[in-house]
Design a binder for this molecule. Sequence first.
Ligand code: DX5
Ligand code: ZN
Length: 240
Amino acid sequence: MLEFPQLLTLYLLDPILIELAPSILAADFAHLGDQVEQATAGGASVIHVDVMDGHFVPNLTVGPPLVKSLRRATRLRLDCHLMIENPDQFIAEFAEAGADWISVHQEACRHLNRTLNLIKEHKCLAGVVINPATPVETLSEVLEMVDYVLVMSVNPGFGGQKFIPATLHKMRKLAEIRVARGYEYRIEVDGGVGMDTVAQVVQAGAEILVAGNAVFGKGDARVNAQALLEAARSASLERV
Ligand code: DX5
Ligand code: ZN
């Protein structure tokens, strides 16, 4: 985990703190610890865990036991992206397993305010996620209380999909609203982020970059992470 002095140094070098959150969905699960270590050596500061239930999205992945193992294997913050129905039922378990950040989909939560409060009660940072078809306006009443907003730039369910450029305006809008209303949430992007799209998302306002295939898909995860972060940081300098 990055400690405060390291975060401060990063911030001074780069006033928009860009963080890379590799998604383990694209990693080799038989060598997960090594893969996470490689991504960390390349500058990753958060590990993104995609949790899918076969109902909210048409795919099944991992749950709290994997988070528990990861918690022992890395000091990086664990960002659990819950693509599940009834997330309230599992928040305590993810928090106990070692999640640092938990995000839930606006589309999956009938009582979004309650769910976000539940995440906070478990001492995790609370994030809200919107699918490509969901407008930013649906978050109007919760933006004040969230720690981060995750803009899906693909339809959730699978790694390795093509980035949807029509989602960029939502990152811009979220950045504008944050200034206009004096809110503090961070902006995360997830789906199809790679060397060809990273500059666009950063220029649109994204600060936490989830990348699965671009980090673990092919080649060396350390080299891939490093290249992505470099490209992101130079795009962020143009934004300042
Ligand atoms: C999609 C997941 C993503 C996915 C990203 O439902 O939420 O985190 O793993 O993978 P890439 O970066 O390969 O698009
Ligand atoms: Zn995700």
